[in-house]
Design a protein around this ligand. Structure first.
Ligand SMILES: [Zn+2]
Length: 79
């Protein structure tokens, strides 16, 4: 097995690693509820993609959760 000849100083290790980082995800906002979403994906909050309903998000929610979700969507529309 290959063995490193010289010790890597903290400085050189740091200089190599300064380029290793994760960029923050670029987010778009939903056309309907204006929540931040990943671009080219369906909105998980309202189930819409490109202005069309793709998934009925409300179907599996209970009555209480439905009310809360609808009021949240209304509030974001006002803004
Ligand atoms: Zn949405």
């Amino acid at each position: 097995m290959a063995v490193p000849r010289h010790k890597h100083t903290r400085s050189s290790v740091g200089q190599r690693r300064m380029h290793i980082f994760i960029n923050p995800a670029t987010l778009a906002s939903c056309q309907k509820c204006s929540k931040p979403i990943l671009p080219h994906t369906m909105c998980k909050n309202c189930g819409f993609y490109k202005g069309k309903e793709v998934l009925n998000v409300m179907a599996k929610l209970t009555r209480k959760e439905k009310k809360a979700r609808e009021s949240a969507i209304k509030e974001t529309k006002k803004k």
